[in-house]
Design a binder for this molecule. Structure first.
Ligand code: ADP
Length: 473
């Protein structure tokens, strides 16, 4: 709605209320006046006035309802001008107040249509006053003397009505501006609401699709888990048999075996154990990739865990020139770990150190700090170039194929170890100098005093990039 349309509507609303009111008051006044006269010949114009004012009021209101404000107010004003003229014509006497009645019409017309309409009504009213009063002028009475008063007063009324109508118009316009702004806001809000409704509908669809995808993923995961369990069972059983039978045979439990046969049987047993550990690594990796790897963290005897790992690595060390050094604290830190998995990570680091160190030492240094505990595995082996610090933690990555082949490995130990440590809320980092040695450091948060004695860590997905197994740097 435009501003003018809105102010016109407000005018029409005012007129709709005031027109019947003025018409009613006039009808009542003329009716009472008519009744005061004894004969109809003296009061016919008042009876006519009563009828006319009722008709004009009704017609005026009807036109207003049909949005024909100008026609409605013109009919109403014209009828009243005529009635007031008739009253002046018939009942005026010197000093009569009747000509002042026009003031009502002057005010009403400037309010109902344009502010300056009051002046037009004043002009017509002045003319009618002069015409009506002139019929009563006799003898020495001067027309000007009698009409000057009402005409001037009515002019003042017209001017006052003009200014107040102007003021009213300004007020109406500012109100209508606010009204229009409010309407715009409402439209904007409506658009936003629509948009929200549409987005919400989309969100519901996306949620449904997600739910479906989740169900499919869960089904696939179950299938994969079943497959993994079956494959691991199928492989573990024969490998176990191979290892055990080779062991029994090498022990001479089933008859004499030559030293050459013993050597071959030992090799079969060793390869069997290696295959088993590779199979275990692959299964761990598959579980991590599927986000199904859970930890059972508890307060453990860390010294015992470390010692067990050190004992295992001792048997791996073929070279007697490598010293195994323990650098333990007096008071052991308290950390919550899954003993089996923490030892797996530690053993990976220690056996790597054993694999890549020919002389010098391998040291396990345990320290307690303010909020953390560190477990550093230091060796004096071949070292790792700085640009490969990240690469060694990627799946299936081995730095030197020839060395790696010689020292059997899969390139899975470090990525699995890092994932295990990160699942404990810790970090695994490396610092190394080529030809001088490497230090792999596990950092774990100290256990909280309030922490439970045992808790299960929810599984997390492995966040690594896989590389084809054949690829090596
Ligand atoms: P792998 O089974 O081959 O040892 P890892 O993931 O444990 O697999 O190690 C990845 C690569 O990182 C190794 O192939 C080796 O090149 C390098 N690496 C790991 N530990 C050491 C170390 N202590 N000294 C030198 N190189 C190492």
């Amino acid at each position: 709605m435009t501003q003018t349309a809105y102010s016109n509507e407000l005018r029409a609303d005012t007129a709709t209320i005031l027109i019947p009111l003025i018409a009613g008051v006039t009808a009542l006044a003329t009716l009472m006046g008519a009744l005061a006269f004894e004969s109809f010949s003296l009061s016919w114009h008042l009876w006519l006035g009563t009828g006319l004012t009722l008709v004009a009021g009704g017609v005026g209101r009807h036109f207003l309802k049909q949005n024909r404000e100008v026609a409605g107010t013109v009919i109403f004003t014209a009828a009243h001008l005529l009635i007031f003229y008739l009253i002046i014509l018939k009942n005026w006497s010197p000093g009569s107040m009747f000509p002042y009645l026009f003031a009502v019409l002057i005010i009403a017309s400037s309010m109902f249509t344009q502010p300056d309409s009051g002046f037009i009504t004043w002009g017509i009213a002045s003319f009618l006053t002069a015409l009506g009063v002139s019929q009563h002028i006799t003898g020495s009475m001067s027309l000007a003397q009698h009409i000057a008063g009402p005409i001037i007063v009515n002019l003042f009324v017209a001017a006052a009505a003009y200014f107040s109508a102007l003021e009213w118009q300004v007020a109406v316009e500012s109100v209508s501006q606010l009204h229009i702004k409010a309407q715009h806001r409402r439209d904007e809000l409506f658009t936003i609401q629509e948009e929200l409704r549409r987005t919400n509908a989309k969100l519901i669809n996306v949620n449904k699709a997600l739910e479906k995808a989740r169900e499919t993923a869960v089904a696939e995961r179950d299938l994969r888990t079943r497959f993994m369990n079956q494959v691991s069972h199928e492989l573990r059983t024969p490998i176990n048999s191979i290892v055990n039978f080779a062991h029994i045979l090498s022990q001479g439990q089933l008859g004499e075996v030559t030293s050459r046969q013993i050597d071959y049987l030992n090799r079969i047993e060793k390869s069997g154990w290696h295959s088993m550990s590779v199979l275990n690594d692959l299964l761990d990796l598959a579980q991590m990739n599927a986000g199904e790897f859970r930890l059972r963290r508890q307060r453990v005897d860390l010294e015992a865990v470390c010692e067990e790992a050190m004992a295992s690595v001792r048997s791996l060390l073929e070279n007697e020139d490598v010293d195994l050094i323990r650098d333990y604290p007096e008071v052991w830190p308290e950390v919550m770990v899954d003993p089996k998995r923490f030892q797996q990570a530690l053993l990976n680091l220690l056996s790597n150190a054993a694999k890549y160190t020919d002389k010098g030492h391998i040291k396990l240094r345990v320290r307690t700090h303010q909020h953390t505990a560190t477990f550093a595995v230091e060796d004096t082996g071949i070292g790792i170039p700085e640009e490969h610090y990240d690469t060694v933690f990627q799946e299936f990555r081995q730095l030197d194929e020839t060395i790696a082949r010689k020292r059997i490995g899969t390139g899975l130990g470090l990525p699995i170890s890092r994932h295990l440590i990160e699942q404990h809320g810790g970090t695994l980092t490396v610092h190394s100098v080529v030809e001088q040695g490497s230090t792999f450091t596990i950092t774990l948060p100290l256990a909280d005093n309030e922490e439970a004695e045992e808790e299960e860590t929810p599984p997390k997905r492995l966040k690594m990039t896989a590389v084809a197994p054949e690829e090596s740097i």
